[in-house]
Design a protein around this ligand. Structure first.
Ligand SMILES: [Zn+2]
Length: 55
């Protein structure tokens, strides 16, 4: 595999990754969260969104 091909594939994956991250954010925004409390964070059982507690 040539360097250029590798770089090209990395770029394609980055684009795909940011697309997926946006999809995930959209889903989490529309989720009626059901959080499971933990010591340091809470996590939604439906969309896996995590809120970290800051003390
Ligand atoms: Zn949720």
């Amino acid at each position: 595999m040539k360097i250029q091909e590798i770089e090209e594939e990395i770029n394609q994956m980055k684009i795909h990754l940011s697309f997926l991250e946006n999809r995930l954010k959209e889903n989490q925004k529309n989720c009626d969260h059901h959080f499971l409390m933990n010591l340091s964070h809470e996590k939604c059982l439906k969309c896996n969104k995590v809120n970290v507690f800051h003390y």
